[in-house]
Write a protein that binds this ligand. Structure first.
Ligand SMILES: Cc1cc2nc3c(=O)[nH]c(=O)nc-3n(C[C@H](O)[C@H](O)[C@H](O)COP(=O)(O)OP(=O)(O)OC[C@H]3O[C@@H](n4cnc5c(N)ncnc54)[C@H](O)[C@@H]3O)c2cc1C
Length: 498
């Protein structure tokens, strides 16, 4: 074998996964056809749960240095914004950062941790057998053949890995397209963000770095044009004139493009030794800025599972749990983007305007606003407990950041325990000493008490086993009778060892 894992595609998802695997000391290589990060940034927002995950590994600061935090997001461009600030999270905001910068940070991180990145290398074929997966790629010095135990296709919507593995991509092609222009506006709008919906169409304008603006619009006269047809500046300006009544002096485009609402999901995210992640596994209308976020979250879900298998301690069901956990999350993502498409792209009628107004009014109800904000932020994701014994209400939920106090009185963040990507066993019942027997080496055990008032849900927790990706695997409550036995069940289930 040349590597333990080969990742095809060095976009944000491939680079994030490479970081996770390299952190776990897995020999990993990314094969990427581009010579450098693309300057054309599709994604601009990194949402709360993704920021929390980056925080677990101590890299969030790098993103904060370059991006701009925004406390609100949107659903279908409705007038009432989604309020992220009320989310119970130390990342209760979205970070505005062009995708090219996100990719550059993730690539540097992957390289720092020891991942090999082979650029100018286009994968042409992928073949698997019982032992591994062989890749043939065209590189700068001719054809390359590499073999690995596992391969992950993070090669975007047109994924050659998905096609060659024969995994069906279920859904529909685009039925409408939107236009996008990254332009200079000679007469920029007074408000930083413009969002307008009328019988003439939909338009959103947001500022970009270097005094540019991104104009996105759905012009009902042009939304039937296929994505493959280039956008001209004239076309963009006439759409702006029609929908906004002003083209704001748009010119000097750095990027004009069209994108559509094709909505598809891979029928399975695993075919024996081959896995799919990110856009290779699902595509949808980019409404609410979620695609890259969910892809990065998938990389966190998959990385430690592959590492566990390669290190020989994964229980037999663990690799399949990647599909089982993420498929339903992304089915729900596809639903929410389809609903948004319906609300802002399909029918520019007075009844749609009324429907949007009603929905916008409903978002003034804090509980309704919170529900949609949590969904876009992905803090509502939880993974169903896999065993009846793990019945504690925290099981499967995400770990949020809170403060912990050591016996010596030092206070640290719960996230600091996850820097090296291990499973964390957190013993919180200070009244009772745990007879800490020999934990398997993949588990780091800590004894702390809660130092935060915001952790009411945690007050009855005696000991908790937390996955490397920050989800609660197993929790034992103080009221249970045999803590050690309960914990042993959790350890056997998750880590294959007693
Ligand atoms: C207009 C627009 C706005 C968006 N805004 C947001 C947003 O704000 N927030 C958000 O979360 N998401 C957003 N998205 C979605 C986001 O851009 C994608 O979900 C994200 O890029 C997916 O990342 P990925 O790594 O899976 O795939 P990609 O970014 O597509 O990366 C795939 C990589 O694989 C490489 N590759 C492909 N084939 C091969 C091959 N055969 N050999 C070697 N390399 C190969 C490609 O060169 C590429 O670098 C937006 C999308 C659009 C269209």
């Amino acid at each position: 074998m040349d590597y333990e894992v080969i990742i095809v595609g060095g976009g944000p998802v491939g680079m994030m996964l490479a970081s996770e695997l390299a952190l776990a000391n897995i020999q990993v290589c990314v094969l990427e056809r581009l010579s450098q990060t693309t300057p054309y940034s599709r994604a601009l927002s990194i949402h709360p749960r993704t920021l929390e995950l980056l925080d677990l590994r101590g890299v969030k600061q790098e993103f904060l240095k370059r991006g701009t935090p925004l406390t609100t997001g949107h659903f279908a461009g409705l007038d009432t914004r989604l309020d992220f600030s009320v989310i119970d999270s130390s990342s209760n905001y979205s970070l505005f950062l062009p995708q090219s910068e996100t990719e550059a940070i993730l690539e540097n991180n992957a390289v720092r941790l020891g991942a090999h990145i082979l650029r100018n290398t286009e994968v042409l074929s992928v073949v698997q057998d019982d032992e591994g997966v062989e890749v043939t790629a065209a590189g700068t010095k001719g054809m390359v053949r590499l073999k690995a135990a596992y391969l992950v296709g993070a090669d975007g919507a047109g994924s050659i890995v998905r096609k060659q593995t024969g995994i069906p991509f279920i859904g529909h092609d685009e039925t409408l397209t939107a236009m996008q222009g990254d332009v200079i506006l000679k007469h920029p709008p007074a408000l930083p963000v413009v969002s307008r919906y009328s019988e003439e169409g939909m338009i959103m304008i947001v500022p970009l770095p270097a005094a540019m603006h991104r104009v996105v619009l759905i012009d009902p006269h042009r939304s039937h044009i296929p994505k493959s047809e280039p956008v001209t500046l004239e076309e963009l300006r006439s759409g702006m004139l029609r929908i906004l009544g002003d083209d704001l002096g748009a010119g000097e485009p750095s990027w004009l493009t069209r994108f559509g609402n094709a909505t598809r999901q891979a029928q399975q995210y695993r075919e024996r030794r081959i896995f799919l992640a990110g856009d290779a596994a699902h595509v949808h209308f980019p409404a609410g800025g979620q695609g890259m976020n969910v892809g990065i979250q998938e990389a966190f879900n998959l990385g430690w599972k592959l590492a566990a298998d390669l290190k020989g301690w994964a229980p037999p069901w663990l690799l399949d749990s990647y599909h089982n956990e993420r498929f339903p999350v992304n089915t729900s993502l596809l639903h929410n983007t389809q609903v948004q498409t319906l609300l802002f792209g399909t029918s520019f009628t007075s009844s749609m305007i009324q429907l949007r107004k009603m929905m916008s009014d409903m978002l003034n109800v804090p509980a309704a606003n919170y529900q949609l904000a949590s969904r876009i932020a992905a803090v509502d994701v939880h993974y169903d407990p896999t065993l009846p014994g793990s019945s504690h209400p925290l099981t499967g939920r995400r770990l949020a950041e809170f403060q912990l106090r050591s016996e010596q009185g030092d206070v640290i963040s719960s996230f600091e325990l996850f820097r090296d990507g291990s499973f964390v066993l957190l013993h919180l019942a200070s009244d009772e000493k745990m007879n800490i027997c020999q934990w398997p080496p993949q588990i780091k055990a800590f004894s702390y008490t809660l130092a935060d008032r915001s952790t009411v849900d945690w007050e009855d927790v005696h000991t908790v086993l937390i996955r490397p990706d920050g989800y609660i695997a197993w929790a034992v409550s103080r009221s249970e009778s045999d803590h050690i036995e309960k914990l042993r069940q959790g350890l056997v289930h998750w880590c294959g060892r007693s």
